[in-house]
Design a protein around this ligand. Structure first.
Ligand code: FES
Length: 166
């Protein structure tokens, strides 16, 4: 449960706002960090913490692309394919990335569950396209060579953390 595990962080979030309801987005981030995605249970937990109805929390989680209401791969790659980025080659970069990971052009999650790729709208780094955010960290001025190196780095990181657990 978020309330017990993150009591201090939650108290700090609420301390920033005069009204508990204003903490909903920060708490959704926390829930996603904890569970990997915004689970139905997480929606209820956040709603209870903010003292609002779960449907209100769900409408916020559903509106913003930074929240996922579906399970994602360990590395969640959100590629901006919006017009300014497309003019700098983001469409082709996205297509090549999907192909490299064996995904269709709709994106999706790789069979090993490591990578989820999806196109998103503007991430406010239009002059640095092609760009993506991976688990909320930006990677900019990409090409497939740089992308392949990042993918290898993440694969190695994932296999190290699997090894640590085994
Ligand atoms: S259009 Fe891609 S970051 Fe703005």
């Amino acid at each position: 449960m978020l309330a017990e595990k993150y009591a201090d962080r939650i108290a700090k979030i609420f301390a920033k706002y005069p009204d508990k309801r204003s903490g909903v987005m920060a708490l959704l981030y926390l829930a996603q960090e904890e569970y990997g995605w915004v689970t139905p249970e997480a929606l209820k937990e956040v709603a209870a913490l903010c003292d609002i109805d779960p449907t209100q929390v769900q409408s916020i989680a559903g509106f913003y692309t930074m929240y996922s209401e579906q399970p994602k791969g360990k590395y969640w790659l959100q590629v901006c394919t919006d017009l300014p980025c497309a003019l700098r080659g983001a469409d082709e970069f996205y297509r090549q990335l999907c192909e490299y990971l064996g995904l269709s052009e709709e994106g999706g999650t790789t069979e090993d569950g490591l990578f989820t790729v999806e196109p998103v709208m503007c991430l406010a780094a239009c002059d640095k396209a092609p760009m993506l955010q991976c688990n909320f960290h930006y990677h900019e001025n990409l090409d497939m060579e740089k992308m392949k190196a990042l993918i290898e780095q993440w694969r190695a990181e994932a296999s190290r953390s699997d090894g640590d657990r085994g």
